[in-house]
Design a binder for this molecule. Structure first.
Ligand SMILES: Nc1ncnc2c1ncn2[C@@H]1O[C@H](COP(=O)(O)OP(=O)(O)OP(=O)(O)O)[C@@H](O)[C@H]1O
Ligand SMILES: [Zn+2]
Length: 457
């Protein structure tokens, strides 16, 4: 396969070549579990899930890891505010995260490491950095000395001078240099902490990923991903720690997705302009949210709006419509290799082009002769699976509730049963009334020998 990926490190699209043939190791920074996630946070998950599907199809040995950050000052604060144990709160939000991500058809990563289960590995990495002169201990803290690394700043393309000019934070007295960052910090008695050679404390956020990557994926990995805001400082610092501790190249391809924006601004918790995935799921099928996130190229910004979601829903309707019309045809297995659809995905995951190819396949299917339907239907289903969509039964797709006021599938089934009974009782007036009542709610009935089918218009 000819996969091209844009590498943040080189600033170019490059041919993807894993370190070891047929073996791919990919890591994506996961959430800090102190509240529910917004649709912006879901973008990297959906993007890298799509890449994961593509990699699994083309390489025999793929391991994808996405961590859970379950120790962090934000978690500590949330637990204090709630009067809840830290472990209980973080487990609750980790579970909510898994549910939200599953609702968007994301596959589970192969490994889901938790930061709190990797303290020995983190302490070990700090010791190596100290031994090699890349870190120093001061006042219960251990800091990474950024001027000990010749190319610190190379990933995010910042010089030390830029970083200092941009930093308005007050410099802590224990730092030798303003740009140095924390590997370990002391915990107060009422804060969670672990014993270490530097006293009881807890790790810095950046260190967590470096240690978990080394343990689960090795010293040099193929792909490291996350949202664009992670490039600096998080990924720059992960890179500094891992390269300096291990003495080898850390990541071969760095990938970063653009932001989900609302009215031109990054969706974020701090700005308060966010829409929780969980709330959106009350109004939209997860597949609609996923489709909306894939409708723009992952490196572009994506403007979030209800129009975007309505458009995604209509697109899925037209794709599912083609599948429903050919439901009696058994899908044939086809080879997607060499198709325009695959070429789009292999070109740095160009999902908008891939989606327009899906529409083309659906269009061809709609007007295909009987003999061509099986292949086109197979193609649509297989291509859909690569994007994590179109795997539902088309009938049930069109039976989903639309909007808050619409009648539930259960109520519809009940009325259909009542109508059947009315007909048996020869109460045709009531049967017609039910048909009309459903029609007014946008539900159309189709009677056939096998019974009554329904769909929403
Ligand atoms: N608006 C957004 N669009 C796309 N990706 C985002 C957006 N906001 C956060 N992310 C990504 O979501 C993932 C989780 O990030 P993290 O938990 O740090 O979010 P956060 O910093 O709490 O978000 P916020 O910006 O809302 O404070 C990261 O990969 C981050 O880059
Ligand atoms: Zn990370």
């Amino acid at each position: 396969m000819a996969l091209q990926l844009y590498n943040t490190f080189s600033g170019q699209k490059e041919a993807f070549q894993p370190l070891v043939q047929d073996r791919v190791r990919m890591y994506v920074c996961g959430p800090t579990v102190y509240n529910r996630v917004h649709i912006g946070n879901a973008r990297p998950v959906v993007v890298f899930d799509t890449l994961y599907r593509l990699l699994k199809r083309n390489f025999s040995d793929v391991i994808y890891a996405r961590n859970i950050t379950d120790i962090d000052d934000k978690i500590m604060k949330a637990a204090r505010d709630n009067g809840e144990e830290i472990g209980v709160l973080s487990a609750r939000f980790a579970q909510a995260y898994f549910e939200d991500m599953a609702a968007l058809n994301n596959l589970e990563p192969d490994v889901i490491p938790y930061a709190t289960q990797h303290l020995p590995e983190m302490i070990d990495m700090i010791e190596r950095l100290l031994e090699k002169g890349h870190a120093y201990a001061a006042e219960g803290h251990v800091l990474f000395a950024v001027d000990s690394m010749a190319d610190y700043g190379k990933l995010s393309k910042r010089s030390l001078d830029d970083m200092l000019a941009g930093a308005r934070v007050e410099v802590a007295p224990y730092k030798k240099y303003a740009g140095d960052f924390v590997l370990w910090k002391p915990s107060k008695e009422d804060e969670p902490g672990w014993d270490s050679p530097w006293g009881r404390g807890r790790p810095g956020w950046h260190l967590e990923c470096s240690a978990m990557i080394k343990k689960h994926l090795g010293e040099t990995i193929d792909i490291h991903g996350g949202g664009r805001d992670l490039t600096f400082p998080h990924h720059e610092n992960e890179r500094a720690q891992s390269c300096c501790a291990n003495g080898v190249d850390f990541v071969r391809y760095w990938m970063h997705n653009g932001y989900v924006n609302i009215e031109g601004e990054k969706m974020s918790k701090s700005l308060g302009n966010f829409r929780m995935v969980n709330d959106l799921l009350k109004q939209y099928p997860g597949e609609v949210l996923r489709f909306a996130l894939l409708s723009a190229h992952y490196r572009s910004e994506l403007n979030f709006s209800s129009d975007l979601l309505d458009q995604a829903w209509r697109s899925l309707d037209s794709l599912y419509g083609a599948l429903r019309e050919t439901e009696s045809v058994a899908a044939a297995s086809v080879d997607l290799d060499g198709s325009a659809f695959m070429a789009a995905l292999e070109d740095d995951l160009n999902t908008p082009i891939a989606i327009s190819e899906l529409h083309q396949i659906a269009k061809d299917l709609n007007k295909a002769e009987a003999g061509d339907q099986a292949g086109l239907r197979g193609m649509l289903l297989q291509a859909g699976e690569m994007l994590g969509i179109l795997q539902q039964d088309p009938e049930s797709w069109f039976q989903q509730a639309r909007g808050d006021e619409s009648i539930s599938a259960e109520e519809i089934e009940q009325l259909i049963a009542e109508r059947a009974q009315s007909k048996k009782d020869k109460n045709y007036a009531r049967a017609d009334e039910i048909r009309e009542e459903l029609k007014a709610k946008g539900v159309v009935l189709e009677d056939s020998r096998e019974g009554t089918k329904w769909r929403r218009e």
